[in-house]
Structures are given as C-alpha cells and as structure tokens.
Design a protein around this ligand. Structure first.
Ligand SMILES: Cc1ncc(COP(=O)(O)O)c(C=O)c1O
Length: 363
C-alpha cells in the first residue's frame, strides 16, 4: 500500500491510462462480469445513489429489502429521487426469502427494479441474491440491483452468470484500500435504462463515465492515489484467485461462528455473511465495556449495533487482508474481554472450536 504515497500521476496521461485499463480489467474479474465497472470518487453510498439516478425515470416503482440499516438506505435514496419505493421488510438479522420477493413482484407488477443488500453490514446477514436475480430476471423488465459493499471480494458473487444487473461496492471493504472510491457494475439490460432514464444527474452520470472510459479515463479528477493503491490490491486478489479469496472468507467466518457458539454466545444472523459476524451480547455483559476492553486492552476494533440493535450486538469484521492467525487473535481477545466482563464460560473453548473448524475446512 506504500504505492499510495508515490507522487501523483496525471489522470490524462498515458501512464494513468495504462494503469486504469489494468484496474478496470481486474475489477471486471472481481465482479465476475464482462461488462463495464465504473469507478467513482465517493464513498459507497455515492455508488448506490449513482445506480438510482441512472436507471429510473420519475414516478417509477421499485422494491427494496429492508433487513437492516443499509437496506433501509436504498429506500431513502429511492424516495429522495421521487421513486415509489416499496419496502419488503424483514426482521433485522433475518434474510429475505426469494418467495417474499416473488410475492412482492406479483403485488407490484410495474416495479422496475429490486434492490438488495448482499451482506447486510448492520446485522451480518447474507441474502441469496442469486435466487432472487433468477426470479426477477423471469419478469423481463425488472432489474436486480445489489449493494455488494461488504460482499464484493468476500462472498461468492458471479454477476453475469447469476443475471444481476447492477452491483455496487466501495474501496474500503473487500478491496482493502482506504475509503474514497466506489464502483458500479452495469449489465447491458441496465445500460438500456441508463440511456433512457429521465432523472437529473451530473457528477454521477454514467453516460459521462462511459464516454471517459473509452479513453481509459474518468470524467472528473479521480482520487488518483487510491486508484494506484487499488491496482496493487486487485493484483493481490488476482494472484490469490477470487475463488480462493471467497473460500478464505468462508473459512474465517465459519471458524468465528464456531468459536462464538463454543463460548456460549449467539450469532444474530440466521444466514450469516462471511464478511462480518454480529454477536448477540447477553444481558449480563455490558456491551460498551466489552467493546472498550476489546479496543483499549486487546487492540481489536469491533463495531456496536446500529438503530434498535445498539447495545445488543457487537460486530466483528473479517474482511480483506485477514488470515487464520488474525482470527485466532481476535477470538482470544473476545475470550479475555468476556472474562474481564465477568461472563462465565470454558476458557479456550472458542480457540479450540476455531482450530477444529480450520482443520475441517483446510485451504
Ligand atoms: C452494506 C453497506 N452498504 C452501504 C454502506 C455505505 O457505504 P459508505 O459508508 O462507504 O458510503 C456500507 C458501509 O459500511 C455498507 O456496509
């Protein structure tokens, strides 16, 4: 990542064009698509907004799944653009079932798109985007839009093969570089919508991004140092191989879940994401004290719950540049912080469960 400290190159210079061509090719590999992946300079939410304002026209209807903070955000963005946003609500921690989407599409036959969150970061729940894309795809006119912000580069996602129309992500998650870049991958079916959309857009106009891409460039000055860092990060992913990257995340997630259960705690999500794990904190444990101990005493940063889950869960991410020994250190810290909080369990049970899980799912 030291490459990000190098002197800035000019983005209208052939040196950038060469680097950006390689980056775009590697992004297509990570998203598993042959089509364009646009690079925007913004956080992940910018890419979510870019999809909405590029594929809709005023007054259209779209479905979105609210199973957490980020699913809820799709609804907020859609409404900000005057789209009739129909919520498919699931309990936070649960995952929407394909038949719920089928029923919602029956009820709203004019819906133009279904908005999903592959890995709902506020709950650690995963969505079966593949099955839902199949259902939506049967309806001809419905696009499947996936927030892949904690999923891309962590969980199996095959955009073209699974018939997904747009996938968005941000630079700071599975792509392992600092925040500041966001990405939108667009299928040919979604591109037809981009061409006919009548919503206002300027900075995030994907038609401008497409035109610039023809010259291996972006329409506006990109966060050049981040693009340089991304080149290095994508090269790492390419060298490991995307399937192995997914398998490593699955191995880490499986081991942490086994460890958490072995110490007597519960996982919030019924269908857990492999990018992060939300652990239910028992009432006998002060979640604030637990998180502070993890951070200040053991050097592990964990996130608390959002919305009504505040104080009730702790979220541990295992995303990106992360291996088995990192996970063992995290589990040790969890065990020690739990002990410090007075929680009674068999010490070492989590570490043992994780090691057994690693042995069962060796790389
Ligand atoms: C699933 C998901 N969607 C959307 C976002 C918003 O991304 P950003 O904060 O980069 O705008 C996040 C951020 O954590 C996320 O995890």
């Amino acid at each position: 990542m030291l490459r990000m400290a190098e002197p800035i190159i000019h983005h209208r210079h052939p040196e950038f064009a060469e680097l950006f061509t390689r980056v775009c090719g590697n992004l297509r590999y990570v998203f598993q698509t042959k089509h364009e992946v646009f690079t925007l300079t913004s956080s992940g939410t910018g890419a979510m907004e870019a999809v909405v304002c590029n594929i809709h026209s005023p007054g259209e209807t779209a479905l979105y799944v609210n199973g957490g903070k980020f699913g809820e955000r799709w609804g907020e963005i859609l409404r900000a653009y005057g789209i009739n946003a129909v919520e498919v609500k699931v309990e936070w921690g649960d995952s929407v079932l394909p038949r719920h989407i089928e029923a919602a599409l029956e009820e709203h036959p004019h819906a133009k798109a279904v908005y999903l969150t592959h890995s709902e970061t506020s709950t650690g729940a995963a969505t079966d985007v593949r099955a839902i894309a199949r259902i939506a795809g049967r309806r001809g006119d419905v696009l499947t839009i996936v927030d892949g912000i904690t999923a891309v580069g962590a969980m199996e996602l095959r955009m073209d093969e699974w018939g997904i129309d747009c996938v968005v992500t941000g630079s700071q998650k599975g792509l392992m570089i600092p925040p500041g870049l966001a990405f939108v991958a667009v299928s040919p079916k979604a591109w037809e919508r981009v061409k006919s959309s009548r919503l206002p857009r300027y900075y995030f106009d994907l038609r401008a991004a497409q035109k610039a891409l023809e010259a291996n460039d972006t329409p506006w000055t990109p966060a050049i140092s981040l693009v340089v860092g991304l080149d290095a990060a994508l090269t790492m992913i390419r060298q490991e191989g995307i399937e192995r990257v997914w398998a490593r995340h699955a191995r880490l997630g499986t081991a942490l879940r086994a460890a958490v259960q072995a110490v007597g705690l519960q996982i919030l999500a019924k269908e857990p994401s492999n990018a992060l794990t939300a652990i239910r904190i028992p009432e006998s444990v002060d979640s604030g004290k637990f998180s502070t101990l993890l951070k200040k005493t053991y050097g592990i940063t964990a996130a608390g719950g959002q919305g009504h889950l505040a104080g009730r869960i702790v979220r541990i991410s295992h995303l990106g540049y992360y291996d088995e020994l990192d996970m063992v250190a995290v589990i040790s810290a969890i065990e020690m912080a739990l002990t410090d909080c007075g929680f009674v369990f068999e010490r070492g049970a989590g570490i043992r469960a994780a090691q057994e899980s690693f042995a069962r799912h060796s790389s």
